[in-house]
Design a protein around this ligand. Structure first.
Ligand code: GLA
Length: 444
């Protein structure tokens, strides 16, 4: 991989040739065929219990936080009442540790009777009555990661059980499975879900469990799943979020082309509103998950969240980037002076730009926007809106204007750029795809 070092705006910018080539590929080739179930045309939004509530099954000592029907009903109540549903958060998702240790006499999964006395069907009815959808969790292998019954040998039975319960999403984990059978297992469950006739969004972890052995086949994964985890579980810490961002960037040539309407790379849950991230770090996670076209599955306690985190998670400008109808995943385009620039092509020829400040010492640092490769979109003119760290119209810019954004330590500045076509320059006569290719050629 060769690195091009170039002087732009007085800054030495290291641009990966790979990133630029990737931009070409992403801009000219549509994603491969997606799972054809009509779901996840935009990245999924909702709430998922795992990172915050894990496998807490002690309802006697901790009734408020244990994995029980009450928890999901309360989350659904808050989601319907406190602006989450309006903001686009739709799925209330159960993770591991919900089932009974034994299947029933007919071999079907059953919810733990003490913690889910009314059963999953009633819970689904309740969640639906709030205008929301219910997600559930199972595993492709013999047992779930926490040791509950797995679906191996029961794919059709379990898919039918979930459909009978009116479940809307299945997160299918990959623990306790011979890795050579992962592909077959994930595809068979996809077919079993399809056979039920119910629309059930299918969230996979197939590539995560395959990477240690071989490079996953993302064409096959996209044909079977609506989203797929690639990398380790997120923790409530900046080092965890940073490692996910770095893994994503360093594998972007492999994973970005497979994302698009119907199928998305899943970098795991948003941990915003918990304990481990500073506000600037929470802004970074939100901005980068939007740029990465990631599912926005929040794992926190919606009943008790600080107003600033809530406002960030419900920020309509960031959500609009996440849910942009063009459905292209963004990618890292430059690394310079402990900054990273990320870009995501948006509909109507717009571009989202995120500038991440990786320094964890000192104060806010200024970044010259025209140092990012995407600034070419401002030829001859563009209109720039800053969304993070605060909303600000930055107005009309040109290739030569010196706009400096201030980025907090481990924070991110997020912007959208709208091209203004002036007198027909050569680029403006071209279609967006052609013009983008040409712009990127200029910087190669
Ligand atoms: C795995 C998954 C997590 C979570 C746990 C549950 O680690 O990657 O997201 O579902 O299992 O046991």
């Amino acid at each position: 991989m060769s690195i091009v070092v170039r002087k732009v705006s007085g800054l030495k910018v290291k641009m990966c040739r790979v990133a630029c080539l990737l931009a070409l590929v992403v801009l000219v080739s549509p994603a491969a065929d997606a799972l054809d179930n009509g779901l996840a045309l935009k990245p999924t939004m909702g709430w998922l219990h795992w990172e915050r509530f894990m496998c807490n099954i002690d309802c006697e000592r901790d009734p408020n936080n244990c994995i029980s029907e009450r928890l999901y009903m309360q989350m659904a109540d808050v989601m319907a009442k406190e602006g989450w549903k309006e903001a686009g958060y739709e799925y209330v998702c159960i993770d591991d540790c919900w089932p009974s240790r034994q299947r029933d006499a007919q071999g079907r999964l059953q919810a733990d009777p003490k913690r889910f006395p009314a059963g999953i069907k009633k819970l689904a009815d309740y969640v639906h009555s709030k205008g929301l959808k219910l997600g559930i969790y199972a595993d492709v292998g013999k047992k779930t990661c926490a040791g509950y019954p797995g679906s191996l040998g029961y794919y059709e039975t379990d898919a039918q059980t979930f459909a009978d319960w009116d479940v809307d999403l299945l997160k299918f984990d990959g623990c306790n499975m011979d890795w050579t059978l992962l592909g077959e297992g994930y595809v068979n469950m996809s077919k079993a879900l399809n056979k039920t006739g119910r629309s059930i969004l299918y969230s996979c972890e197939w590539p995560l469990y395959e990477w240690p052995f071989q490079k996953p086949n993302y064409t096959a994964i996209r044909e079977a799943c609506n989203h797929w985890r690639n990398y380790a579980d997120v923790y409530d810490s900046w080092s965890s979020v940073k490692s996910i961002v770095e893994w994503t960037a360093s594998h972007q040539d492999v994973i970005v082309p497979s994302a698009g309407p119907g199928g998305w790379n899943d970098p795991d849950m948003l941990v915003i509103g918990n304990f481990g991230l500073s506000h600037a770090q929470q802004e970074s996670q939100m901005a980068l998950w939007a740029i990465m076209a990631a599912p926005l599955l929040v794992s926190n306690d919606l009943r008790d969240i600080c107003p600033r985190s809530k406002e960030l998670l419900q920020n309509r400008h960031i959500i609009a980037i996440s849910q942009d109808p063009l459905g292209k995943q963004g990618y890292r385009t430059a690394k310079v002076d402990n900054f990273e620039a990320w870009e995501r092509p948006l509909s109507q020829k717009r571009l989202a730009i995120a500038v991440l400040n990786l320094m964890e010492i000192g104060g806010p640092r200024g970044f010259f926007l025209r140092a990012v490769p995407g600034w070419k979109i401002c030829d001859p003119q563009c209109n720039v809106t800053q969304i993070l760290p605060q909303y600000q119209e930055l107005g009309v810019q040109t290739p030569h204007t010196r706009v400096v954004v201030s980025v907090n330590p481990s924070g991110t500045a997020l912007l959208t750029v709208t091209p203004i076509s002036g007198d027909a320059t050569e680029l403006n006569k071209l279609s967006w795809e052609d013009a983008s290719v040409k712009r990127r050629r200029i910087i190669l």
